[in-house]
Structure formats: C-alpha cells, structure tokens
Design a protein around this ligand. Structure first.
Ligand SMILES: [Zn+2]
Length: 234
C-alpha cells in the first residue's frame, strides 16, 4: 500500500462513518498508520466533517502527536491515536467517535454483553476509561486511554465516546459499526426488563473467532463504502 492509497482509505472510512450516523458535527476522528513509516500516521483534519476529507487536507503526525504535514488543522485529541500507536505495534488504524448507543451504555456502567454478533466480537473484553469526561488533550491523558485499551479492540470513554483499534483500517471501521450496533441492541433488550441468560462462554468465543477474520472485515468495508457513497450522493 502506498501513502496515497492509505489516505484514500482514510477518506472512504470517513464517508462510511458519517453516512452510518457515527458523526458528531466535526468531532470524532480516524487515523491510519503510514504504511511506509510506522512512526507516522495520517489523520482526519479538525474543522471538517468525517465525510469531508481530501488528499490535501489530511494531516500527517508523528507518534508524539506533532503535525508534520497536511493542509488542515490538527485535532487537539491527536494523543488518543499517537499513544495507542506507540504501545500497540499490531494496530494500524484508530477511530475515536461519539456514538449515541455506545455512549449511553458506557453511562450506565454496565458491561457489554454478547446479546448479538457485535457483542460476541468484543467477548474477549473491552476497555473502560473513566478518568475524565474532558477532551484528551495531553500525552498523559492519551496514555491513559491507551492503558484502558490494553490488548483489547476497543475502549469506552465514559460519557464521552469510544476509541477503537484495528489491525487494518477496514477492521477498525467495521468494529466501530458493530460496537455501536451491539450497544443499541443491548440497551433495547435491557430496557424491556429481564433478559434471558447468554449462551455459554465457549459458544460465544467460537463465534467471536469466526466473525473476527480480517477478510470478512475487508468484504464488509468495501460494501459499506459503496453503500455510503450512494447514500451521500458521492
Ligand atoms: Zn471526543
């Protein structure tokens, strides 16, 4: 993958996230590690919607969060991304968003449960960052988010949003959509009152392994790009 191909994927990721309701004004951001230099990453610029990225306005940053290049301004919460990339060499894409249902579930303090396939994807665990509702505007706070993420795929930022980490950008986008859907289903089920017991842990983990394969994420991401471009008339 070239740097330009990585930037085009970033543009597509933003289109999918916005079209699927994961935008929050111009807030929220997505990054992809530079395929030719693991010490750098490309990021959505501040002041633009997720669906408004261009090859020109995308920002390049280093792992200290410093802006190196790009036409757009840098988000102050860059440290969510830089600190995760620093401690997770297996991760090549990070999304920070404020999805309604994930936020609502994190506000309850209840754990995410395997009430759906999306819930099963996160059955190996999910982080829970509870230090502050404030913006993550320092390396120390970013490191706190990365610590709460640990070796998981995602972490809740209580009353703020989520940070999701993918081995690929495709995986990161699909995991973000699945997490929001899983939280919506769980809130609906729990709002009715009693819920039936979950399936045994072994069954859930078998499903987890089946639906966590990278090639499935790529197929679903490519479809979501086509669908989202149609939705937004692009
Ligand atoms: Zn935020």
């Amino acid at each position: 993958m070239t740097a330009d191909e990585a930037k085009q994927k970033l543009i597509d990721a933003g289109i999918v996230l916005e079209a699927q309701g994961l935008g929050d004004f111009t807030r929220g951001h997505v990054t992809i590690r530079d395929p030719n230099d693991p010490g750098k990453f490309f990021m959505k610029p501040h002041s633009f919607g997720l669906d408004e990225m261009t090859m020109e306005n995308i920002v390049t940053c280093d792992l200290e969060g410093e802006k190196l290049a790009g036409g757009g301004p840098r988000h102050s919460e860059v440290y969510i991304h830089s600190e995760i990339f620093k401690v997770r060499p297996d991760i090549n894409s990070v999304i920070h968003a404020h999805p309604t249902h994930a936020l609502a579930l994190s506000a309850t303090g209840r754990p995410l449960r395997a009430f759906s396939q999306g819930g099963a994807v996160f059955a190996d665990g999910i982080g829970d960052y509870r230090d502050t509702i404030d913006l993550i505007r320092s390396k120390e706070m970013g490191a706190g988010v990365a610590k709460s993420l640990g070796s998981y795929k995602a972490t809740f930022l209580k009353n703020h949003g989520v940070a999701v980490a993918g081995r690929t950008l495709e995986e990161c986008v699909i995991l973000t959509l699945m997490l929001e859907n899983a939280c919506q289903i769980q809130l609906l089920a729990e709002a009715t009152g009693e819920t039936a017991p979950e399936f045994p842990r072994d069954d859930v983990m078998k499903l987890h392994d089946k639906i966590s394969r990278p090639e499935q994420h790529t197929i679903n991401f490519d479809y979501m790009v086509r669908k989202s471009r149609r939705q937004l008339g692009l």
